[in-house]
Design a protein around this ligand. Sequence first.
Ligand SMILES: [Zn+2]
Length: 108
Amino acid sequence: MSPDAARSVSRPRGATDPEIRQRLEHERASRLTQLAAIEEERHEAPRDLMVAQQSAIQRVLTEIEAAFARLERGAYGLCEGCARPVPDERLEILPYARCCVACQRRTV
Ligand SMILES: [Zn+2]
């Protein structure tokens, strides 16, 4: 067994590192596709709307990069608010979630 595999097993999470990585890569790829699509329609859509959409997607991409960084340092899936594990169901829907639902509500 490689050291990486051992690390994944010892972590108390439902999904393994490669699975999480795959989810995040999928999210990133679909956001990049969206950005490309917006870029293609730039002559048809109102400019304000386009800029708003682009910046919303950029924000998500930033979150995805931050999630990759947390994965690297072994902090993925831990809430940044209360340091408790974020429920797997939430991470499945939002793989780049920083916080559990309770903390998210507090900050919004
Ligand atoms: Zn929390």
